[in-house]
Design a binder for this molecule. Structure first.
Ligand code: PEP
Length: 244
């Protein structure tokens, strides 16, 4: 079985001094692949300070070059040492108007530059309560597949992040997560991409990580708040290693 993957999403947090302390306190854990996705201005610092963890960014332009003020291309991220980039995080979708098609184009841009897009999918609370979680996730995945093509799906990391679990302290239960992960796995397998990793994200903490990572179909985690505390992030990495 492939090693689990734990990815920290720092969101809009950090400072040169705070980052240095955090980088000094996190490191590789045997038996787990780990990465941190930092704000753009800190990529170079992270590339020189990280020990044994891969580097990622939190979003990317769909464009490669040209008159797109403020945008950052996938090629630039690759040049700075990124291996991963998050696309379609629910905060990008809800706060910055990124729709399913734009998420697909961003995933395609990442692949073009040799990065692995971490494609976030997940339903809102209202959608879950209406019994539509699997439909929503399927629609979001279909949109990405329509742009990148099914043959590229194996190079994608999928992160199932129920919107109601992100930053709320209310993680999905093992049963809730298992149902959707099984649906995503089925969707991937039906397109020849059974090897793609599927992460769970949404209020993963040191005390619930082991149970989530032991759940069939969960290949690791996308970690927001807990990735900013070295002790918590390392505990989550250790839980992933022992659950591999
Ligand atoms: C996230 O932002 O991707 C996330 C999962 O956040 P948190 O772990 O804080 O819920």
């Amino acid at each position: 079985m492939a090693q689990k993957l734990v990815v920290g999403n720092w969101k809009l947090n950090g400072s040169l001094a705070a980052n240095e302390a955090l980088f000094g306190a996190i490191g590789a854990v045997a038996g787990v692949d780990a990465a941190v996705c930092v704000p753009f201005p800190y990529l170079a610092q992270a590339a020189s300070s990280l020990r044994g963890l891969a580097l990622g960014a939190q979003t990317v332009s769909e464009f490669q070059t040209g008159a797109y003020t403020g945008e950052v291309s996938a090629e630039m991220l690759a040049e700075l040492g990124c291996r991963y980039v998050i696309v379609g995080h629910s905060e990008r979708r809800s706060l910055f108007g990124e729709d399913d098609a734009a998420v697909g184009r961003k995933a395609a841009a990442a692949l073009r530059a040799g990065l692995a897009p971490i494609v976030c999918v997940g339903e809102s609370l209202a959608e879950r309560e209406a019994g539509r979680a699997l439909d929503v996730v399927g629609r979001q995945l279909d949109a990405v597949s329509a742009v990148i093509g099914a043959s590229a799906l194996a190079r994608v990391v999928v992160a199932y992040e129920p919107v109601w679990a992100i930053g709320t302290g209310r993680a999905a239960s093992v049963d809730e997560a298992q149902v959707v992960h099984a649906g995503i796995r089925g969707w991937l397998a039906g397109r020849g991409a059974a090897a793609a990793r599927v992460l769970y994200g949404g209020s993963v903490k040191a005390d619930n990580a082991a149970a989530l990572f032991a759940t069939p179909g969960i290949d690791g985690g996308l970690i927001g708040g807990a990735s900013l505390a070295a002790r918590d992030f390392m505990a989550i990495c250790r839980a992933a290693a022992s659950g591999a």
